[in-house]
Design a protein around this ligand. Structure first.
Ligand code: NIG
Ligand code: FE
Length: 406
């Protein structure tokens, strides 16, 4: 197998390990100056400083910063249409939950998603993925949840399967039929929950369409008890649990999710001390979505308290047509740095190793170490601070996915 070496790396910055990092360890990253990195067959085989070893192919990093490829652990990538008309309502002060209760919001995207074919959904998502890759994102989680009917949810998950064959970003599927109550079931909540548990989840598991199950635990959406029932059923079928909780109201979703050992909780804007403790004891990653707080005009999650309490913090883009129509994970990362007052080192871990842990990929992705997959990002930046200082620009220079320049 040909060996490729990336030479002339000005600064190689990476977290270390195969599990999520918190407390002081979240900022404890490895820095190597004047470094090189070799890979073979898509796997990192050696890293060093100083003189570059012999290799079959060379990539000149031109003295720039090199980090792991970015991992986006939370997106709603597949959907029909957009919702730009909601912006005017938002600016007048109509809230996210008011728009949803009036049949807009997620439910309007459900109509457009149902009207699209699987190929149309995949085509639209593929264009976004291409741009995400250009921003340095090499792995992306994608949730269903705009179908809200068995075949429609399957269609969304099949679109993700199709995209796996078509482009290089590694896609991780999450089943999220508990994203909203569909209008057909507005008078029969129990009927919809039974449909998820008795019909959809067994199909998803049998056809291996998703590794994770997520739920939207929120006022006017699903209660912690309803979410628990759905997530326990998912766990029994081998899907790991995730939970959108404390995005708008702290109604106990995080406490519930921690108690059942959920892999991650999402949003956590209004997370309380009891939620932080539940995540700590559940081994749960806090998946924060800084660009969503920014776009909703909401407050920001108590990230520092989480890190201090030993809960690993990851960042996702939350790319979706409603609460965050922005696919730019590096921008979300910069907002996270400024508004959570997290250090560049902590933020780097949040979009690499901890993000990988939130989607069960930390054994293979999220760091630059011998034995890990060669998912590598060369930045148009001399050091890590520069990346966090120059917000709003795309600083990704060269993206390498599984050993190939893409
Ligand atoms: O993570 N909060 C729930 N789900 C998405 C928003 C979906 C939408 O508005 O279409 C989120 O913010
Ligand atoms: Fe989300």
């Amino acid at each position: 197998m040909p060996v490729t070496v990336i030479e002339n790396i000005g600064l190689l910055a990476t977290p270390v390990g195969r599990t999520a990092r918190s407390s002081k360890e979240q900022r404890d990253i490895q820095l190597r100056q004047n470094a090189w990195l070799a890979f073979e067959n898509g796997v990192i085989t050696a890293i060093g400083e100083g003189r570059t070893p012999a290799a079959d192919a060379h990539i000149d990093a031109c003295g720039k910063l090199v980090t792991p490829g970015l991992v986006d652990p939370h997106t709603h990538l597949v959907f029909g249409g957009w919702r730009q008309h909601e912006l005017a309502m938002k600016l007048k002060g109509v809230t996210y939950l008011e728009i949803l209760a009036a049949g807009g919001g997620i439910l309007s995207t459900v109509n457009k998603t149902r009207a699209a074919s699987m190929e149309e959904l995949a085509d639209k998502a593929e264009k976004e993925l291409e741009k995400m890759l250009r921003l340095g994102v090499t792995t992306c989680e994608c949730k269903s949840g705009y179908g809200l009917a068995t075949e429609e949810e399957m269609k969304m998950l099949h679109a993700v399967q199709l995209l796996r064959e078509r482009q290089p970003v590694e896609l991780v599927s999450t089943f999220m039929a508990a994203h909203a109550l569909p209008v057909e079931y507005s008078a029969d909540r129990e009927g919809y929950i039974r449909l998820i548990i008795d019909e959809m989840l067994p199909r998803v598991a049998e056809e291996h369409l998703a590794e994770f199950c997520d739920v939207f635990c929120e006022t006017g959406v699903f209660t912690p008890d309803e979410c628990r029932r759905i997530l326990l059923a998912a766990q029994q079928l081998g899907l790991a649990a995730k939970c959108h909780s404390d995005e708008i109201d702290p109604i106990g979703g995080t406490e519930m999710a921690g108690s059942i050992g959920a892999v991650s909780c999402e949003h956590l804007i209004r997370c309380q001390q009891s939620g932080i403790e539940a995540m700590k004891s559940g081994g749960t990653v806090a998946c924060l979505l800084p660009a969503t707080s920014f776009y909703l005009g909401a407050t920001f999650a108590p990230a520092r308290q989480m890190i201090d309490a030993g809960v690993p913090v990851a960042f996702g883009s939350d790319f979706n047509p409603g609460s965050c129509p922005c696919r730019n994970l590096p921008l979300a990362m910069n907002i996270g740095c400024y508004r959570y007052r997290m250090t560049p080192e902590e933020c780097l871990t949040a979009v690499t190793l901890n993000a990988a842990a939130a989607i069960h990929r930390a054994d293979r992705l999220g760091t630059l170490e011998v034995g890990k997959q060669a998912d590598i990002l060369i930045w148009d930046a001399p050091d890590l601070e520069y990346v966090f200082y120059r917000f709003g620009d795309s600083l990704a220079d060269t993206v390498i996915k599984n050993g190939a320049v893409v």
